[in-house]
Design a protein around this ligand. Structure first.
Ligand code: GLA
Length: 374
């Protein structure tokens, strides 16, 4: 016999079902764990903010954020590796520095994007060395956003939109005028694949990174770098000046012969961006043909361009590149913003590595973790 409910009972039933649905969702999202990896950029350096191409991959190390909803309108965050803490009201937009700027920026940007944050307790841990050029900053921003969106019970926006939110955190709250490379690499990572990004169209394609018996390794130059200070923002301004002088929207569209008419150092900056873009395409081609000797040559050429034309190398970086070459690297180069951090080398089968070098392999992208950490 079919059960028939009077109108008032049906309304009650609907309301109860909705309450149960919400309570279940709330219980499910009371505590979430988000992980975002760092990245190694195989090639395509300082092309992102110039509307060019890059070929990064997500690494296995990154930042984990455990978030619990607190429902008291406050955010309490702990950076475990540093033994530091921060606490602020959800609506507090006061600037902060260091890791605190990322937390405050993430909360503010998500509120601006109308994510209904309930208040949160956040625990931050990481396995990436800070200031290493392996993008610990973007990993932190991405993990924070995924965790906060998770406890708000919302579905994250598409990955490009999420990368743009994370990039605003770095630009407007941390003060580093970085592009979208690191955030997209962290969000689109795929095991054993590199991510080809076209920064003009924001199209993303993954392609197999099959190195056979060769290995990619990173080596710390021993010099910490920060994108919020120093030469990085200056390079961006130089590229903007070159764009204005050439009447272009993106420097990657520049014509090398026109660039020759620019005064130094703008002519050299243009030469790097245009040639680096070509090297990304040549790298895709070399990978598709399995030509790893050519890949090594392209890494070396990228380094020479970053050193001589873009001028983002330092004596410590040169020493680390040299150490990899001495160990037999087919190619080696500075990665990330430059001015310190790690360098990357392509080692042929059987080659040893300098002390401290670590193998890097492409891992999966940013995600919420299950209870057992997968
Ligand atoms: C840093 C920035 C990126 C990119 C690289 C250089 O990692 O965060 O946006 O500009 O430098 O390729």
């Amino acid at each position: 016999m079919a059960i028939r409910h009077p109108q008032s009972e049906r309304t009650w039933l609907r309301a109860t079902t909705e309450t149960v649905r919400r309570e279940t969702l709330r219980a499910m999202t009371e505590c979430v764990r988000a992980f975002a990896p760092g990245r190694v950029n195989l090639i395509g350096e300082h092309t992102d903010y110039n509307g060019g191409l890059a070929l990064p991959f997500a690494v296995r190390d990154g930042v984990t954020v455990i978030a619990s909803a607190s429902h008291d309108g406050r955010v309490v965050a702990e950076a475990h590796d540093l033994g530091e803490r921060d606490s602020f009201a959800l609506g507090d937009r006061a600037p902060a520095s260091g890791w605190r700027a990322f937390v405050r920026g993430a909360v503010a940007e998500l509120l601006t994007s109308e994510v209904p944050l309930p208040g949160a307790s956040l625990e931050i841990t990481g396995t990436l060395p800070r200031g290493s050029g392996l993008s610990s900053s973007a990993a932190l921003a991405v993990a924070l956003c995924l965790a906060l969106i998770g406890i708000a019970g919302e579905t994250p926006p598409d990955r490009v939109a999420l990368a743009q939110i994370c990039s605003r955190i770095e630009n407007d709250w941390v003060g580093a005028q970085t592009g979208l490379l690191d955030q997209l690499a962290s969000l689109f990572g795929q095991t054993d694949h590199a991510t080809l990004i076209d920064f003009r169209s924001l199209e993303v394609r993954t392609l197999p990174l099959d190195l056979g018996e060769h290995r990619l390794v990173t080596l710390d130059s021993g010099e910490r770098h920060s994108n919020a200070i120093g030469g990085y923002n200056q390079r961006r301004h130089e590229c903007e000046a070159a764009c204005r002088a050439l009447g272009l929207r993106h420097l990657s569209e520049a014509d090398l012969s026109a660039a020759r008419a620019l005064s130094a150092p703008l002519d050299r900056r243009v030469r790097h961006v245009v040639s680096e873009n070509e090297r990304v395409l040549a790298t895709v081609d070399a990978l598709e043909r399995g030509d790893l000797v050519e890949l090594g040559r392209l890494l070396d050429a990228s380094h020479a361009s970053l050193r001589d034309d873009y001028e983002v190398s330092t004596p410590a970086v040169e020493a680390a590149v040299e150490a990899l070459r001495d160990a037999g690297a087919l190619g080696a180069r500075v990665i990330g913003g430059g001015f310190g951090g790690h360098v990357l080398g392509l080692m042929p089968p059987g080659a040893g590595t300098p002390e401290g070098a670590l193998e890097v392999r492409p891992g999966p992208g940013a995600r919420l973790l299950d209870g057992d950490g997968r």
